[in-house]
Design a protein around this ligand. Structure first.
Ligand code: FES
Length: 168
């Protein structure tokens, strides 16, 4: 049996076995702890999926960097998140080409379907919604991505519920 939390809140207990994996990564630097905070935060984000206070405290105690400093880094860079992310990431492009071709309507429809706002995660932990800049496929505007899958030409937003259902 594992001590890893199985509830949908994504909480992390102090005896979560993933801390051992993080410790092995920290240990791989030996005694040379200087300047590794960024790399340890990246690894922790990869291992846990987000950086809650429990994880920041653990890192602080083991590499000797104040929690406040780690929190500052974790909240400054978009690659980090201090709240749990959903299983699937939905990104609606709000770049210029998508915007003029109806991205606001796409975004409204996704918000309505998932009952979340930008940056939020659905109550079941399945989806996190983000708005993004140009995804590099303007010819397909308006565009949204779900994980690595691109969906374009979404002027008719009535197709969006069926697209989302594929990931449930
Ligand atoms: S503006 Fe949306 S893909 Fe370029």
């Amino acid at each position: 049996m594992t001590d890893q939390c199985k509830c949908s809140c994504g909480c992390i207990k102090p005896n979560d076995p993933r801390f051992e994996e993080l410790q092995r990564y920290i240990d791989s630097f030996g005694d040379d702890n200087k300047g590794i905070a960024m790399r340890v935060l990246q690894e922790a984000q990869h291992i846990f999926g987000y950086l809650p206070l429990e994880v920041l405290k653990y890192i602080s105690e083991h590499i000797g960097v104040p929690v406040a400093e780690l929190y500052g880094v974790a909240t400054f860079y978009s690659q980090f998140s201090i709240t749990p992310k959903g299983k699937h990431r939905v990104s609606v492009c709000l770049g210029t080409a998508c915007y003029v071709r109806g991205a606001p309507k796409v975004l409204d429809k996704v918000c309505e379907e998932l009952k979340v706002k930008i940056g939020e995660t659905t109550a079941d932990g399945l989806f996190t919604l983000d708005a993004t800049r140009c995804l590099g496929c303007c010819g397909m505007a308006p565009v949204m991505m779900i994980d690595d899958d691109v969906y374009g030409k979404l002027e008719d937003v009535s197709v969006i519920p069926d697209i989302l259902k594929k990931y449930e």
